[in-house]
Design a protein around this ligand. Structure first.
Ligand SMILES: NC(=O)c1ccc[n+]([C@@H]2O[C@H](COP(=O)([O-])OP(=O)(O)OC[C@H]3O[C@@H](n4cnc5c(N)ncnc54)[C@H](OP(=O)(O)O)[C@@H]3O)[C@@H](O)[C@H]2O)c1
Length: 243
């Protein structure tokens, strides 16, 4: 059974990765600054499901800035996923968090262990996906959102991408960036054991694909879980759109 570690599982997006990983019967570990958030969150996500049980997951209490907690979380895991987001704007969290995760992964390697793959959440429009962003959002929105409306948030995510691209090879780590288009929520609740895919993965080189403006948060987490278990897009960047 693959072991999945999740950072940011209490967030609006990451909680669906937690739900999906449990439903797919993966062994789940979570880093949480406030573990008391998890029981009500699981109850909320599960509806009538009794499977979403806190007893089924391992909780490591701590911040992404706690190197020893990160190592505990990731030691022996097959994959670590990060859904970190800015909770105290404009204070950066994604870039420092990504650096901390990669630092802890390197420490595991130096200790003779096999570090897990790292899947990090980002946004289209960043890095070499600028043109993809313009195609999906239109030129005005693709300029306005990162440069004005959510400037600090996008600068933080861009710095995280830059760090990954500059260091993953030299550090000998396997890091994949998954860039989501605009996130949305709906009343639909996904069954993560359903084989029908609700997302589409589009590399920037695919200039023919139809790109959605929105993608469901639950679909983004479906993509993360699939990439985690299939091993696709190793050391690559890929964008997540609605199917
Ligand atoms: N909105 C969009 O359309 C869009 C599109 C693409 C990408 N994104 C990006 O996707 C990411 C996730 O978004 P979201 O809305 O799901 O975020 P969110 O709801 O704000 O969740 C952020 C998560 O990060 C955790 N966190 C923050 N600081 C932490 C720390 N120091 N240590 C450990 N955990 C920490 C939070 O934990 P606590 O519960 O302890 O606060 C929470 O679980 C963001 O980076 C966002 O910019 C958004």
């Amino acid at each position: 059974m693959p072991v999945v570690a999740i950072v940011g599982a209490t967030g609006k997006t990451g909680r669906w990765a937690l739900k999906g990983a449990i439903e797919r019967e993966l062994e789940v570990r979570v880093l949480a600054r406030s573990p008391d958030k998890l029981a009500p969150l699981l109850a909320d996500l599960g509806g009538q499901s009794e499977d979403l049980d806190l007893e089924k997951i391992t909780v490591v209490e701590g911040s992404v800035t706690d190197a020893d907690k990160l190592e505990t979380l990731m030691d022996g895991a097959d994959v670590v996923m990060s859904f970190l987001g800015m909770t105290n704007p404009p204070e950066w969290v994604v870039s420092p968090g990504v650096e901390a995760v990669m630092g802890a992964l390197l420490s595991l390697r130096k200790a003779g262990k096999t570090p897990p793959r790292f899947l990090s959440m980002s946004s289209i429009v960043l890095g070499d996906s600028a043109e993809q962003g313009r195609r999906a959002w239109g030129c005005f929105v693709a300029w306005l959102v990162p440069k004005v409306a959510l400037k600090a948030c996008f600068e933080d995510m861009q710095a995280a991408e830059d760090y990954i691209l500059a260091n993953r090879k030299a550090m000998g780590l396997s890091v994949t960036i998954l860039r989501a288009t605009v996130l949305k929520t709906s009343s639909f609740v996904k069954d993560y054991t359903d084989p029908v895919k609700t997302y589409k993965l589009v590399p920037v080189s695919d200039t023919a694909a139809k790109l959605s403006f929105f993608v469901e948060m639950q679909s983004v987490c479906e993509a993360f879980l699939d990439v985690a278990t299939t091993g696709e897009y190793e050391d690559a960047e890929v964008s997540v759109f609605a199917a």
